[in-house]
Design a protein around this ligand. Structure first.
Ligand code: F6P
Length: 332
């Protein structure tokens, strides 16, 4: 079977799509070099799916991916492409793949990018393997995603710095982190930086975390406190929304807000992200050679796994309650 497929897949395309994440370059490097080792031709597609619609495709040799493992962002650039959501846009993308003789695609991106990959693969019966590239860590079926560890480290370093001024001024800081509708960055960022609490979407939909926190768990002997809040409406409007509420309902606190924003997406990838991206990149080519289609490469208990797109995208990855409990215990 493998031999047949090897001859069927002679040319692969790689693209990065959606929000960038540290480690995407390490993944591009690994995919390219693994494919070249199997005598495939490699095409780099610029600007995500948009590059397929506008024909931004270049040949990649091993030297094209030299000296990039340590770089943040993505050398292929990235985009969120509205046109790819339409059947006309996807048809143009398919024609571009045909024109370049590309037989299979490796898509590196998050939820939205893999959703696009799934639709396209079904529509044109085209082999695609996905790699989970997002700082949000919100893809089901993989313990971690490429970029998550680096973003967590960035958050930790920022919060360490904010703590200095929070302590000096005896203030309550609400620090907003990314994550879209997932609280992994806020929760684990809180543990890593010794923050007093995390307000995350997974819990916000069940109970009022702010009043719980202030009335039950806030240690009144503490003169300053730090709370990490996941961005977005579910947490009550992110850090700014929560802070507004505190000012009205608990005026005894001297409140400040800090929004970490896009600096969480940048920077040189951590060792963990480089290793993860490299393993996953090699696994993507192995998967294509083993006739795997429509799967995302994941990692579970340090073992590479193949997760059908349908599961990776549709299933909700839940927050580990042990981690929540640990935060509650150590922040008292
Ligand atoms: O999905 C990654 C992510 O960084 C989210 O955490 C965030 O909500 C979003 O992308 C921001 O997207 P953009 O860079 O397009 O504003």
């Amino acid at each position: 079977m493998r031999e047949d497929i090897m001859s069927a897949i002679q040319c692969i395309g790689i693209l990065t799509s959606g929000g960038d994440s540290p480690g995407m370059n390490a993944a591009i490097r690994a995919v390219t070099r693994a494919a070249l080792q199997h005598s495939m031709t490699v095409k780099g597609i610029y600007h995500g799916y948009k590059g397929l619609i506008t024909n931004q495709v270049v040949n990649f040799q091993t030297r094209d991916v030299s000296n990039i493992i340590q770089r943040g962002g993505t050398i292929l650039r990235t985009a969120r492409c509205e046109e790819f959501r339409t059947p006309e846009g996807r048809k143009k993308a398919y024609e571009c793949l045909q024109e370049h003789g590309i037989n299979a695609l490796v898509v590196i991106g998050g939820d939205g990018s893999l959703t696009g990959a799934r639709i396209f693969a079904q529509e044109f019966n085209f082999p695609i393997v996905g790699l989970p590239g997002t700082i949000d860590n919100d893809l089901y079926g993989t313990d971690v995603t490429i970029g998550y560890d680096t973003a967590l480290n960035t958050i930790m370093e920022c919060v360490d710095k904010i703590r200095d001024t929070a302590t000096s001024h005896e203030r309550l800081f609400f620090i907003e982190v990314m994550g879209r509708e997932a609280g992994f960055l806020a929760l684990n960022g809180s543990i890593a930086s010794g923050a007093e609490a995390a307000i995350i979407p997974e819990i916000s939909s069940q109970r009022d975390q702010l009043s719980d926190m202030i009335e039950h768990s806030f240690n009144t002997s503490k003169t300053s406190s730090i709370v990490l809040v996941t961005e977005g409406e579910i947490t009550g409007g992110g850090a700014a929304g929560v802070a507004e509420r505190v000012k009205k309902e608990y005026p005894q606190f001297d409140v400040r807000v800090s929004i970490l924003g896009h600096l969480q997406r940048g920077g040189s990838p951590s060792a963990q992200d480089r290793i993860l991206a490299t393993r996953m990149g090699v696994a993507a080519i192995d998967a294509l050679l083993d006739d795997q289609r429509n799967v995302m490469i994941g990692i579970h208990n340090d073992t590479i796994v193949h997760v059908p797109f349908s599961k990776a995208i549709k299933n909700i990855k839940s927050i580990n309650t042990d981690i929540m409990r640990a935060l509650e215990i150590v922040s008292k």
